[in-house]
Design a protein around this ligand. Structure first.
Ligand code: GLV
Ligand code: MG
Length: 351
C-alpha cells in the first residue's frame, strides 16, 4: 500500500481555497534566524530596528518562554506582526510542540490575525512525517478560512532520536516543508548524550593519536565535532528533497570563537544558516554564512573560463571540470543572493 500521496495530489492544496503549495522554495537569504522573546516589551519596542539587521526574525513561543508568559508571548508576536511591515526580512515563529496545551491557539490565533505576514512556522520536537501532516492539514484549513494568499511553510527542528531516525520521511512529507534545524540541546537529552552544553564540542570527545616512537610518552588528543554525524544526515535528507538545512543554537554567548567554529563546520557541510540567540551572534552568522571573498573571486574565474560548464581547464595549477563548475556556481549564486542584502559584501565580491 502506498504511504504517500500520488505526485499530482502531493501538490494540490489540502483545503478548498487554500493557496497552491510551492513547487520550489522561494529564493531567500537566511543566514541567521534571529530569536526574540515576544513577551518582552522592551524588545518589541525595538523590533523594527532589530529586524532591519537580520535576514529572518523569529518570535519564539516555545522553550525559554516561562509558563506564565506563554499567552503574552503569543499576543506580543501578533502585535509585532500587525503593527509592522518587515520588508524583505523573513518573519517566522517557533510554536509550542504538538503535545502541548498551547500549540492549537498558537497556530489558530497567529494565522487568523496575521497569516499573510507569516513566512514560516518552526515546529519543535518533530518525530516523524505524521507531525508534519497534522500541521500541514491544519494550516491549509486556516489559510482557506482566513484568506491567506501564499502558503505558510513549515521548518522542523531535528531534536529527538526518533526524529533523526525518520529524517528522510520528514523531509519528504509535504511541499510545505521549508527545511530543518539541528536542536542540539533537546537532541542531547533525547539521546542520553552526556553533555550539558547547547551545541558546540566537548573537551572529552575526540581521538587520541597513536603512540609514537617515544613509546606513548607524548600523544596528542584531537577534539572532534559531536554534531558531525547529525548535521551530515540532515543535510543529505534536506538537499535530496530541495529543502534548506540549518545549524541551530549555540548557547555559550561568552565564547564567540567556538560559536563561529561550530557555525563554520555547518556551513562547510552544506547548511545555509544558524540561529542567533544573542546580538553578537548576528555578525558571526553574517561572516560565516556569506561566502569568502577570495572563494567568490576564484569561483567566478572558473565560471568565466568554462562558459557552458563543460570540459576541463587548469586555473592556478588546479584542475577544473563540470563538477567543479557546479561547486563554483553554488558559491557565486550565494554571493549574488548576499549581494542583494549586504552592500558592503556586494562591493567586495565585485560581481
Ligand atoms: C533547540 O531547540 C535545542 O533544543 O537545541
Ligand atoms: Mg529544543
Amino acid at each position: 500500500m502506498a504511504s504517500t500521496r500520488t505526485p499530482a495530489k502531493h501538490f494540490s492544496p489540502l483545503a478548498i481555497g487554500a493557496p497552491e503549495p510551492y513547487r520550489a522554495l522561494p529564493v531567500k537569504l537566511e543566514r541567521m534566524i534571529h530569536f526574540i522573546p515576544p513577551h518582552n516589551d522592551k524588545i518589541r519596542a525595538k523590533i523594527k530596528d532589530i529586524a532591519s539587521q537580520v535576514d529572518v526574525i523569529l518570535g519564539n513561543l516555545e522553550d525559554a518562554v516561562p509558563l506564565d508568559q506563554k499567552e503574552n508571548a503569543r499576543k506580543g508576536f501578533i502585535e509585532m506582526l500587525t503593527q509592522n511591515d518587515f520588508g524583505t526580512t523573513g518573519v517566522w515563529t517557533r510554536i509550542n510542540c504538538l503535545n502541548s496545551p498551547w500549540v492549537l491557539d498558537d497556530v489558530t490565533e497567529v494565522v487568523a490575525a496575521a497569516g499573510n505576514k507569516l513566512d514560516v512556522i518552526m515546529l519543535p520536537k518533530v518525530e516523524g512525517p505524521w507531525d508534519i501532516h497534522y500541521l500541514d492539514q491544519l494550516l491549509a484549513q486556516l489559510e482557506a478560512r482566513h484568506g491567506v494568499t501564499k502558503p505558510i511553510l513549515i521548518h522542523a527542528i531535528l531534536e529527538t532520536a526518533e526524529g533523526v531516525n525518520n529524517v528522510e520521511a520528514i523531509a519528504a512529507s509535504s511541499p510545505r516543508m521549508h527545511g530543518m534545524s539541528l536542536g542540539p540541546a533537546d537532541l542531547a537529552a533525547s539521546r542520553g548524550m552526556k553533555t550539558t552544553r547547547v551545541g558546540g564540542g566537548h573537551p572529552d570527545y575526540g581521538v587520541l593519536a597513536d603512540a609514537g616512537k617515544d613509546g606513548g610518552a607524548q600523544r596528542n588528543f584531537y577534539q572532534q565535532d559531536l554534531w558531525h554525524y547529525t548535521v551530515g544526515k540532515m543535510v543529505d535528507a534536506c538537499l535530496a528533497y530541495g529543502l534548506k538545512p540549518f545549524y541551530g543554537p549555540f548557547g555559550d554567548f561568552s565564547d564567540s570563537a567556538a560559536c563561529e567554529a561550530q557555525f563554520r563546520n555547518a556551513f562547510l557541510q552544506g547548511c545555509l544558516g544558524a540561529w542567533s540567540l544573542h546580538p553578537t551572534q548576528i555578525d558571526i552568522a553574517k561572516r560565516v554564512f556569506s561566502p569568502d571573498v577570495n572563494e567568490v573571486k576564484f569561483a567566478k574565474r572558473i565560471l568565466d573560463a568554462m562558459p557552458d560548464g563543460t570540459g576541463a581547464v587548469m586555473i592556478d595549477g588546479k584542475m577544473q571540470d563540470d563538477a567543479t563548475w557546479k561547486q563554483a556556481k553554488v558559491i557565486v549564486d550565494l554571493a549574488k543572493l548576499v549581494a542583494t542584502k549586504d552592500p558592503e559584501r556586494a562591493a567586495a565580491f565585485g560581481l
